[in-house]
Design a protein around this ligand. Structure first.
Ligand SMILES: [Zn+2]
Length: 401
């Protein structure tokens, strides 16, 4: 696919009834006016042309011999992305461009604008702008996740080095950016940071980030949660020592933070490791827990599903991202996953993961699920309600007359 193409040519995707009639039907669903999006990475939230502008402005090297070259380097597309590892390679480059207090600030402001203006649009143009004036809803509560250590210029060193920029300055800049945009939007959007620890980082590097998270959490309410992200192939956490280290990192980040964990997106995490990771890190939400569903389907092993159910864990599902990385084969299989979760009373939400790099919006992805009959309107409306409730953001202030 190319960025912004619609409909995406995924296996199993067919758009019934052509454009107008099918769309009219979908648009007629009683969508809520405002929605919450939980799972979006800063690295995937800045359109390519804006990243190019930032890279040129800051004098970043290694960005190709021209804009076209740059686009080819960074575009997440079918054919180039085979799995989670190749998907994450793009992030390394983006994180370098987004490094330093000034670039972090600019990237966050762009990311919030993107969510505010285009998150509900049914079609997004190639540059990440709205491709259609029609919106299903508006994103008005938004959680943005990223790794401050990977914005210190230490990206190619995988965080084992302190990098070029000061982490305190990077975090302070990010906190200021949210405070400023919220004032600018007249509190029309509520945003919080989730800091991601890295599977690909050393224990020492993750601990450095954990200490900074604790420190800054005491100064601001803009840091709402922590996450674990990165290549499952590098560190599946099947090694008990590595898992214990991650427990220490999570504890070090301090109390009062929401916890989510990317786990089970690939087959590098078996169901045993999936369960142990959840028991050890104690998240209330998990990103793409596909391994738990597959273990049930393929081996009749329900330990992962039981863990999700018993702990009332909310699953963060990102449809297009899961199709791109091959975590899920096609939309029919996605429908099967949703039915399995429903049968076991496990709640889930939908998010875009990397909307700008994938050229998508939350509304566009939900329409894709509806058009392909992978999800029913009832499932989607329920998922939107779950997202609102499962958010780490404080509840919106009651409207006073
Ligand atoms: Zn993610």
């Amino acid at each position: 696919m190319t960025v912004g193409s619609y409909p995406p040519p995924y296996p199993g995707y067919s758009r019934r009834g052509g454009d107008a009639p099918a769309n009219q039907q979908k648009l007629a669903i009683s969508w809520p006016k405002n929605v919450t999006e939980l799972h979006v990475h800063l690295g995937g939230s800045v359109p390519l042309y804006r990243l190019w502008e930032i890279a040129i402005d800051r004098g970043i090297r290694g960005i190709g011999s021209g804009y076209e070259d740059f686009i080819n380097l960074l575009k997440i597309q079918d054919g180039k992305v085979k799995d989670l590892d190749s998907y994450l390679e793009v992030y390394d480059k983006v994180e370098l461009i987004q490094s330093g207090p000034a670039s972090v600030r600019e990237s966050i402001i762009i990311a919030v604008h993107r969510a505010y203006r285009t998150g509900g649009m049914i079609k997004v143009g190639p540059g990440g702008e709205g491709g259609s004036p029609e919106s299903l809803f508006a994103i008005r509560r938004f959680e943005l996740r990223w790794n401050p250590l990977k914005r210190t210029g230490a990206v190619f060193l995988k965080g084992s080095h302190a990098g070029l920029y000061d982490m305190d300055r990077v975090i302070k800049s990010a906190v200021n950016a949210l405070e400023e945009v919220e004032i600018g939007f007249r509190e029309g959007i509520q945003v919080g940071h989730i800091f991601c620890f890295g599977r690909d980082l050393t224990f020492e590097a993750n601990m450095a980030l954990a200490r900074k998270t604790r420190l800054w959490r005491e100064k601001t309410d803009k840091i709402i949660g922590i996450d674990l992200a990165g290549n499952e192939s590098i560190n599946p956490l099947s090694n008990p020592r590595r898992l214990e280290e991650m427990r220490i990192v999570f504890e070090e980040a301090g109390p009062g933070l929401g916890r989510t964990v990317h786990v089970g997106e690939t087959n590098h995490v078996d169901v045993e490791t999936f369960v142990k990771t959840i028991e050890t890190l104690n998240p209330s939400r998990v990103g793409h827990p596909i391994a738990a569903v597959r273990a049930l389907w393929d081996k009749k092993d329900d330990r992962g599903i039981k863990t999700l159910k018993e702990r009332k864990i909310v699953c963060e599902l990102c449809v297009q991202s899961n199709l791109l990385t091959g975590a899920v084969k096609d939309l029919q299989e996605y429908g099967h996953i949703l039915r399995t979760l429903d049968e076991h009373g496990i709640e889930y939400t939908f998010s875009t993961d990397a909307p700008s790099l994938q050229g998508t919006s939350l509304a566009q992805e939900l329409l894709m699920l509806l058009d392909s009959e992978a999800a029913t309107p009832e499932q989607i409306l329920r998922a939107l309600k779950v997202a609102e409730r499962a958010s780490f953001l404080p509840p919106p202030a009651p409207v006073t007359s």
